[in-house]
Design a protein around this ligand. Structure first.
Ligand code: 13P
Length: 253
């Protein structure tokens, strides 16, 4: 079975102490994850080592960075490279979150460089795609997401590409409380898998974990994750509340 992932994206929230307590509270629930299930915590850069040591003893619990820079190294004050993350043994990194595309003007071309750098440094990218509301209203979401994948991912070989986790996050569902219905999520996930199949063949496409993101909550995770092409979630707000995230972890297939 392909990997089923509950990924917490803390974004720019919580103090160090609050973050430490949140992880302690989640770990205290002692959820044992079977080998195909992963819990991933994408924490702010300064908390990476703390989070890594919190989850170190746990099986299938991992830490992620929320971003890395699209250049290898050099005079880029304030940025963090994939190589630096690798030197801290960080196994996952979110790439191309819609907030970064919007506020930091990240383009599909920049994201393709980030994917290369992550893969070069053995970091599993969680590559985000998803359409804004006007595109959904115009009914052109499939073409929009296809272009994001084509321009950032499709230069990779099949062996490289299948290391990537994809997160479909419709922008209109992020932080709005307006979740995509499970039918809408399944439809887009199946479409994403079909374009992966046309590029890499059905066998490789079947190996991709495709996460859904956008107002995943304790009370809708089970229904969303039950969809055949939804392999878990990338969770913002509900990942900041231990009891909620615990329920979301339990909802994994
Ligand atoms: P919310 O779960 O708060 O809608 O955020 C989703 C998200 O952006 C995760 O990356």
């Amino acid at each position: 079975m392909r990997k089923q992932i509950a990924a917490a994206n803390w974004k720019m929230n919580l103090t160090f102490q609050q973050g430490e307590k949140l992880l302690d509270d989640i770990l205290r629930a002692d959820i044992r994850l079977k080998s195909h299930r992963h819990a991933v915590f994408a924490v702010p850069f300064p908390y990476l080592l703390m989070a890594r040591s919190e989850v170190e003893e746990e099986t299938n619990y991992y830490v992620a960075a929320q971003n890395c820079y699209h250049k290898k190294n050099g005079a880029f004050t304030g940025e963090v490279s994939a190589e630096m993350l690798h030197s801290l043994a960080i196994p996952y990194c979110i790439i191309g979150h819609s907030e970064r595309r919007e506020h930091f003007h990240e383009t599909n071309a920049m994201l393709s460089e980030k994917l290369d750098l992550c893969l070069e440094h053995f970091i599993t990218p969680i590559f985000c795609c998803g359409e804004p509301l006007p595109i959904r209203e115009a009914g052109t979401q499939n073409q929009f997401v296809e272009l994001q994948l084509k321009e950032s991912l499709f230069h990779l070989s099949a062996d490289q590409a299948k290391m990537v986790v994809i997160a479909y996050e419709p922008i209109w569902a992020i932080g709005t409380g307006k979740t995509a219905t499970s039918a809408q999520a399944q439809e887009m996930h199946a479409f994403v898998r079909s374009i992966l199949a046309s590029q890499y063949g059905p066998e490789v496409a079947g190996e991709f974990s495709i996460l859904y993101g956008g107002s995943v909550k304790a009370n809708n995770a089970t229904e969303l994750f039950a969809c055949p092409d939804v392999d878990g979630g990338l969770v913002g707000g509900a990942s900041l509340v231990a009891t909620d995230f615990i329920e979301i972890m339990k909802a994994l297939k």
